[in-house]
Design a protein around this ligand. Structure first.
Ligand SMILES: Cc1ncc(COP(=O)(O)O)c(C=O)c1O
Length: 388
């Protein structure tokens, strides 16, 4: 066919050498996905079964990241979402319906709680919040219509490590499914399925990305029927993920082991140093005995990550705690965590039901890859902001 230059812009016959191989996964962007014939066109989300159909369900870059997370978490299917919170929403919207009840730990990531109380409640889904340290005692909270029990271990900010196997046993006796927010463990320091979890999700935004420059989430299951429900819901909700972000996350995976190991060592040294300080009442680091559920961390986890909290002794005002955070020079102030930069955020738990009475005395730290000695020196200087 003879083509004008305008047509050539769209349908080119230019040739390049074939056979290129790289260590990096190519970034395939695409909404339209080409079918070989008119009869082959179908709008099926399950691309693992039918082949590529539409960008919403993932390009090869997206599918590769999903497959890699699935392999690491020992699942059979992983669906990616545009962020960790989107993964939480997808799970709830796919698996709950009007009249259902769910149990959430009081220590859950706050937007997970807000989803339950402000959105799912409008659709007739009820939620009760439970003490994250409840273990097998969760049986007494399970109702006839309970469909999901969420775990988050360790919990956000207050860091309680949960007895996930005990919760899973109690849940399964009543045919209730267990979902775990496995973000802190990066999906590798805690084997969710081996501990009885049915659905594990992560904010890949954190350790998998690892550089504070992307937002992604994952939902991993071992059960085909769960996969079908999640995939069908993702199609309807339309939560597509960016292949560029997946490409960054694939790169992040390559250094995850060394980042986690360096961060673990540094965070532990800093946590132990903080535990010796007179201003500090308690260090909430799962690998220290002072953290609720430490015994479950010891029993169930393969290591520790770099996020933990400190609780100051009663005395400092909210302003003095803010002054402590503001005085830090190496720790930046900001949400999200698990990047290479250390972060500090002060919280006030005073208004939250079911949380320990730490009020405004709690500060969460994310340890990055700076020199441990310099981070300790930075903390030591900032502690002067607090009353002795
Ligand atoms: C434990 C936990 N789960 C989920 C999320 C949500 O992830 P994202 O920020 O990617 O939506 C966060 C974010 O801070 C988190 O800390």
């Amino acid at each position: 066919m003879i083509k004008s230059w305008k047509t050539k812009l769209i349908h080119s016959d230019a040739k390049i050498p074939e056979g290129y191989r790289s260590l990096a996964t190519p970034t395939y962007r695409g909404s339209t996905t080409l079918f070989p014939s008119a009869a082959a066109v179908e709008d099926t989300w399950d691309q693992k079964r039918v082949g590529y159909t539409y960008g919403l369900y993932g390009t090869p870059t997206v599918m590769e990241l999903a497959a890699r997370i699935c392999e690491l978490e020992s699942g059979t299917h992983t669906i990616l979402t545009p962020g960790g919170q989107a993964a939480i929403s997808l799970i709830n919207l796919a698996l709950l319906q009007s009249g259902d009840h769910m149990l959430l730990p009081a220590s859950a990531y706050y937007p997970n709680r807000k989803l339950a109380t402000r959105l799912l409640s409008r659709f007739g889904i009820t939620t009760d919040f439970y003490d994250p340290c409840i273990g097998g005692g969760i049986s007494s909270l399970i109702q006839e219509n309970t469909r999901l029990i969420w775990c988050e271990s360790p919990g956000s900010i207050t860091m309680e490590v949960q007895d996930v196997p005990a919760i899973a046993t109690a849940a399964h006796e009543r045919k209730v499914r267990v979902v775990l927010d496995n973000t802190w463990s990066a999906g590798v320091l805690f084997d969710a399925f081996a501990h009885g979890v049915d659905i594990t999700m992560q904010a890949l935004t954190k350790y998998i990305g690892g550089h504070s420059d992307l937002l992604l989430g994952s939902v991993t299951v071992r059960d085909d029927s769960l996969h079908q429900r999640l995939g069908a819901a993702q199609q309807i909700i339309g939560c597509a993920v960016s292949p560029d972000d997946c490409s960054l996350a694939l790169r992040g995976l390559k250094t995850l082991a060394v980042r986690l190991s360096a961060i673990e060592t540094s965070a532990l040294e800093i946590a132990k140093w903080l535990a010796t300080r007179p201003e500090v009442e308690r260090v909430l680091h799962p690998a220290l005995e002072s953290c609720p559920g430490h015994e479950f961390w010891k029993r169930d986890f393969l290591g520790s990550a770099g996020v933990f909290s400190i609780v100051f002794k009663p005395g400092p005002t909210q302003q003095q705690v803010f002054a402590f955070v503001d005085a830090l020079q190496l720790f930046e102030i900001g949400y999200s965590w698990a990047g290479v930069t250390s972060l500090a955020v002060a919280y006030n738990l005073g208004h939250l039901p079911g949380r320990p009475a730490y009020d405004h005395r709690i500060v969460r730290l994310n340890i990055g890859l700076e020199s441990t000695e310099e981070l300790i020196a930075d903390l030591e200087k900032a502690l002067h902001q607090l009353p002795a």
